[in-house]
Ligand binder design. Structure first.
Ligand code: ATP
Ligand code: MG
Length: 363
């Protein structure tokens, strides 16, 4: 059997810096766990624009469609602000998401014990927190028609339409149930069925899909109440599934329960491929952070944890994913901190590569 394939797109800013640390981790798995990947690397974003005049070359797009998983660093930077919208770095990422049809965006909110006192919330609220938000990513109010600003009488009206088809709800619900099956078998669906028709349909379809997953305990919550419960006692949840707009808000809220942007991984999943695993793109939540790029200050953990998600969801290596997460936990417990993880403590930060080396050593 051939090795699982991985396309690496480091991108811009701190993207290549954090990706270099992931390469060390990947090399470790090849050398020490006999888990070799068929890795190819290519350009995306500003780096691709500089080389090819486009933020994502057709050949790169084709490669992304073929591999088992794509791992992306970050795109964009001030240098590209003057570019026409059609060739902006972000368009490279949007094209990947659109053409791979990645409709389920997974954002974990996981609190490492060593960082529990770094959160803005009380330690007991976040210590040990491990939840996952599944946000529908390709439909809903961001795409619904009609939309626009129209003239009506003597004033203008801004219009957006929240629109969901049964099949759009069905497929993202299935992604969430599949995920719940691999976790604590608990799923909470959030919408506003009390005031929105799309919410009524959402609740109906999710309830229907639940019949295929009798082991999963399903609950429903209005999204506003959900926001409140997420800040009050987030540990009551395991997996949450919600639409594009509510997911945008709730996943940011949930993520920041746990501390720094430099810690947060994400996955965007599409339809299952012939091997049964979904099409997938993994990336840290943070952007290219131009203010710290090239200085060895970036925290590589978000990108390393994104690779852990790839191990779990694309390569069927849940135990190895856990091993990697435990290695991260260990270096944090040992007190290692990149600059973004230091408050007022006056401790000396470690560099990007020191953090990567320490994680490999912990492995
Ligand atoms: P984008 O538009 O791509 O989302 P942004 O400017 O909104 O970019 P980020 O690039 O994610 O946001 O960065 C916001 C700030 O957070 C950065 O200026 C940087 O200081 C900090 N930051 C982000 N990622 C990291 C990281 N991995 N390590 C350390 N600090 C980070
Ligand atoms: Mg941003």
């Amino acid at each position: 059997m051939s090795n699982p394939s991985l396309l690496i797109l480091p991108g811009d800013g701190i993207g290549p810096e954090v990706m270099a640390e992931v390469r060390k981790v990947i090399d470790w798995y090849g050398a020490k766990r006999d888990l070799a990947f068929d890795v190819s690397e290519d350009l995306v974003g500003g780096a691709a624009y500089d080389a090819h005049g486009t933020p994502l070359a057709d050949e790169t797009m084709a490669k992304a469609q073929e591999v088992d998983a794509v791992l992306l660093g970050a795109v964009g930077g001030p240098k590209y602000d003057v570019l026409d919208f059609s060739v902006k770095p972000e368009r490279g990422l949007l094209r990947l998401r659109k053409e791979m049809d990645l409709y389920a965006n997974l954002r974990p909110a996981q609190c490492f014990d060593a960082l529990a006192d770094f959160s803005s919330l009380k330690t007991d609220v976040v210590a040990g927190l491990d939840i996952m938000i599944v946000r529908e990513l390709t439909s809903g109010i961001y795409f619904g028609e009609p939309r626009g600003i129209i003239e009506e009488g003597n004033e203008r009206v801004g219009i957006n339409t929240q629109r969901y088809t049964e099949s759009e709800i069905d497929r993202v619900a299935r992604s969430a149930f599949e995920l719940a099956m691999r976790r604590d078998k608990k799923l909470c669906s959030m919408e506003k069925a009390n005031v929105m028709e799309s919410g009524v349909l959402w609740r109906e379809v999710v309830t229907e899909v639940a019949k295929d997953y009798p082991e999963v305990e399903l609950s429903h919550m209005y999204a506003d109440a959900g926001a409140m419960q997420l800040t009050r006692w987030p540990k009551q949840f395991d997996v949450i599934v919600t639409d594009n707009l509510f997911g945008d808000l709730l996943s940011d809220l949930a993520a920041m329960l746990t501390g720094s942007l430099g810690m947060l991984p994400s996955a965007s999943l599409g339809a299952p491929m012939s091997n049964g695993r979904p099409k997938a793109l993994y990336e840290p939540v943070h952007g290219s952070a131009p203010d710290i790029a090239g200085q060895g200050k970036a925290n590589p953990i978000a990108c390393i944890l994104s690779f852990a998600m790839a191990l779990r969801y694309s390569f069927d290596q849940g135990d190895e994913a856990t091993r990697l997460e435990q290695a991260v936990e260990k270096v944090l417990a040992d007190g290692l901190r990149t600059a973004d993880l230091l408050g007022e403590e006056g401790k000396a930060p470690v560099s990007t590569s020191e953090m990567g080396d320490a994680i490999v050593a912990a492995l």
